[in-house]
Design a protein around this ligand. Sequence first.
Ligand code: B12
Length: 191
Amino acid sequence: MELLHELSRDRLLSTIIFDPGCVQINSNIKRVSDYQFRKEIEVGFEMSWLKAMREKEPPEPVNPIGTVVIGTLHPEVMDTAKDMVRRSLKLAQFKTVDVGKGVSPATFASKAREVNADIIVVSVLLTAAKENLPKLISAMELEGLKGKTVIIGGAAVTKEDADKIGALFGKTREDAVVLAKKAIEQKRTRT
Ligand code: B12
């Protein structure tokens, strides 16, 4: 059993005891042998997380329209949202290079240079990881990537946070695709 943590959003708080073997979850909250709910919970967010975990991996694009490096910054190890965004970008025919979770700004930037990324995408659910965004921008400058398109999104960031570091901001995985496509178009018209 793994104690997840207190979940809060808008109305309800919950603590879930979760056994990773659990497969049976639906909106009629049930008590089954593999997992228990300690309190009444609203399942909306947990459902989106579980649904995301079950998504299929899209095929590699044959003729990628651009290369995206995507990850989460130290100390964030939550990666479900990042993977959802990555899969949407992949479906939209981007080559996606997953730098992983909880990576340092320096690792992120050096991977972006190594694969000649067109776009850097950061998923930020944890406020502590948000504090590393300015360090990512500095690390990119050190790698000669000043001005490279950065797209951020996730529960812990806002458009204001993006503006502060000269990044683009999206709320959803669909926004990530729209913004990434726009960035590629702009790059093409410049060259
Ligand atoms: C599941 C979950 C976990 C799982 C993560 C499993 C995994 N492998 O990812 C586990 C149990 C591991 C976990 C751990 C922790 N968690 Co947690 N977790 C959640 C929870 C319930 C859901 C997150 C999730 O995956 N949602 C599903 C995704 C798909 O939805 P989403 O996040 O909304 O993402 C969408 C958009 O935001 C957007 N998006 C996301 N990224 C990007 C990027 C771009 C560029 C764009 C355009 C869009 C975009 O697109 C996504 C799809 O549409 C949230 C609560 C919540 N209501 O969000 C807390 C939450 C994120 N966790 C929280 C916390 C505090 C923690 C812990 C610190 C708890 C602890 N004390 O240990 C640790 C973090 C450890 C760490 N160092 O990272 C807090 C964060 C608060 C904060 N602002 O800092 C939250 C908000 C809960 C809360 N209300 O307190 N967590």
